[in-house]
Ligand binder design. Structure first.
Ligand code: SF4
Length: 287
């Protein structure tokens, strides 16, 4: 039976992108190929918040549970889902155990109008091999919509493509809507352009579901970078929608620029994505 290392598994409202406002089960896998330590920092500087928390944790083992970890205002707001110093807080669970946990956290008997968000970390790393087993479980049969929240750098494996394609067959009596929510990382993340902006990878997602791009914006320079990235994706043949989303895992940062980013989106004919989890739930773990 397949296993997945799970950083978080919780029930909440999707706060971003296409399914904003939809009740959702969030499955946060452990591991990421990036660090994104530039978020919220002056350009060229990196955040040390996660590293400082890790240092304290290593010295006095101060955090027993994932939910005990402090939130950060700079760098990746999901740092504990990939930082090696917190990996023991993320258990390796079988598909059966994950499904049982999902059934416990849905507050009624089975799936209704919920959708499943498989996020990270980066959920399209090695865990692709485990998803068919998980998603084919009989208790997942009522699930009709799934989103993979990805940074858009991981190719789909041939095995996973073979699995996904079955849901697009017109004669199948059981179909699922697959979405790839691609948060492509601009230079403000601290990641290198050549490693983060991979249009051919994202174009392939469109063959197996609906894909859209989401760019996190804080400054005019970020928007200029987003425009260059959009041009590169369109040139490669990407057809999906494009969202601009304000930076800010904490309300003080988010509230500084959400209106400005919404205005930028309108002015340029792009979609705006909020981060509803920030004003609604303060972006606490498990929301
Ligand atoms: S890609 Fe996402 S999860 Fe990975 S470091 Fe960047 S923001 Fe964090």
């Amino acid at each position: 039976m397949s296993k997945i290392k799970i950083a978080e598994l919780f029930y909440s409202i999707q706060g971003e992108g296409r399914y904003m406002g939809v009740p959702s089960v969030f499955l946060r896998t452990f591991g990421c190929n990036f660090k994104c330590s530039g978020f919220g920092m002056p350009r060229g500087e990196v955040s040390h918040e996660a590293t400082d928390i890790a240092t304290t944790h290593k010295m006095i083992e101060s955090f027993q549970k994932y939910e005990d970890l402090p939130l950060v205002s700079t760098g990746c707001d999901s740092y504990a889902s990939w930082h090696p110093d917190f990996k023991e807080l993320s258990p390796m669970l079988t598909s059966e155990a994950i499904v049982e946990r999902i059934m416990e956290i849905i507050p009624h008997n089975g799936w209704k109008d919920e959708h499943l968000v498989i996020t990270g970390g980066e959920p399209l790393l090695g865990w692709q091999r485990a998803y068919p087993d998980l998603l084919s479980h009989p208790k997942m049969a009522g699930l009709k919509e799934i989103t993979f929240e990805t940074n858009g750098t991981q190719k789909l494996t041939d095995e996973f493509k073979d699995y996904l394609v079955q849901w697009q067959m017109p004669n199948i009596d059981f179909s699922r809507e697959i979405t790839f929510s691609v948060s492509a990382k601009l230079p403000c993340s601290g990641e290198a352009w050549e490693e983060a902006i991979l249009p051919e990878v994202v174009c392939e997602y469109e063959e197996y579901g609906t894909a859209y791009l989401k760019f996190v914006i804080a400054t005019e320079q970020d928007f200029a970078d987003a425009e260059c990235a959009i041009a590169a994706y369109r040139t490669a043949g990407f057809k999906g929608h494009i969202y601009l989303m304000p930076v800010g895992g904490v309300e003080s940062v988010y509230a500084l620029n959400n209106r400005r980013v919404a205005d930028l989106a309108m002015k340029n004919g792009l979609r705006y994505s909020d981060r509803l989890q920030v004003p609604l739930f303060k972006n606490e773990w498990g929301t």
